[in-house]
Write a protein that binds this ligand. Structure first.
Ligand SMILES: Cc1cc2nc3c(=O)[nH]c(=O)nc-3n(C[C@H](O)[C@H](O)[C@H](O)COP(=O)(O)OP(=O)(O)OC[C@H]3O[C@@H](n4cnc5c(N)ncnc54)[C@H](O)[C@@H]3O)c2cc1C
Length: 236
């Protein structure tokens, strides 16, 4: 971007985004960080579990990155995120450097998946980027089974344990054919009518939607959303 374009991006962002203070930052592992953000504007917001919050990781650019609040305390104006920093994108770089006391420019919360509308028990399928959504789901659904794919299953097992996910959780190593993931999800499908929630890699969301149509215990409802896609940046 030219200097003028960067200044215009900063001006436009200043009008659209609001400042949140990083009031907590704990490293759950080498790649996962839990952030507490505080902002006056959060006091006036209504949070729907599953909603998204965006932030601008780089000044001089309008580009936003999307994350999932795991809780919302409107009285204190505080929310929390769990973010996975993978690769070298602007958000990953920002997440590796962030410390308590910094400021983040945020937009939202805004509607994404509405977990309150999940009917019956939930079969949750996701990856590292879906951990926060799993935490948000816990605030509204007691009856859920979780199946995760992970590039580093040992790391994710440890992070999930720190967050209290120790029961009804299955983890498989990420694989291009997804055979293991699809099998584990099918096996975990509840006997009674249920909702399938699937997020993470766009290719997994697609494969899970397609495969689940053929299951003996099909989901009554599917709530799916791609959180990232190979070779694409900043999905919203
Ligand atoms: C509604 C919504 C909610 C989300 N909630 C969360 C959340 O709570 N926590 C969280 O960690 N993430 C979440 N994500 C995913 C996150 O926004 C993306 O991973 C984002 O692209 C990361 O930005 P980046 O700047 O690091 O990489 P980008 O600049 O967007 O991408 C750079 C490269 O990295 C690749 N890439 C991006 N993410 C991944 C990944 N996870 N694994 C492998 N390759 C990847 C891209 O394909 C691209 O090639 C959410 C996404 C959406 C749409």
């Amino acid at each position: 971007m030219t200097g003028l374009a960067e200044r215009l991006a900063d001006l436009a962002s200043g009008a659209m985004l609001h400042d949140a203070h990083v009031t907590g930052c704990s490293r759950l592992s080498a790649e996962f960080v839990r952030l507490e953000l505080s902002a006056e504007a959060f006091r006036k917001s209504t949070w729907v579990p599953g909603a998204k919050l965006q932030f601008r990781p780089r000044r001089g650019s309008m580009s936003l990155r999307t994350y999932t609040p795991i809780s919302w305390d409107a009285d204190r104006g505080v929310t929390e995120l769990i973010a996975y920093a993978h690769g070298n994108g602007p958000a990953a770089q920002w997440l590796r450097r962030v410390t308590e006391g910094q400021t983040a420019e945020v937009f939202g919360p805004r509607r994404s998946i509405d977990l309150r509308a999940a009917a019956g028990p939930v079969l949750f399928v996701g990856d590292e980027t879906s951990v926060a959504l799993a935490c948000a789901l816990r605030t509204v659904a007691a009856d859920a089974s979780y199946v995760f794919e992970a590039r580093d299953p040992t790391q994710l097992t440890d992070v999930l344990a720190q967050l209290g996910f120790t029961e009804r959780v299955a983890l498989v190593a990420t694989a291009a054919d997804r055979v293991d993931l699809l099998r584990r999800a099918r096996d975990a499908a509840p006997e009674t009518p249920y909702t399938l929630v699937v997020t993470g890699d766009a290719a997994t969301v697609h494969a899970m939607r397609r495969d689940s149509r053929e299951w003996e215990r099909k989901p009554r409802q599917v709530k799916g959303k791609a959180y990232w896609a190979e070779g694409r940046s900043g999905l919203d």
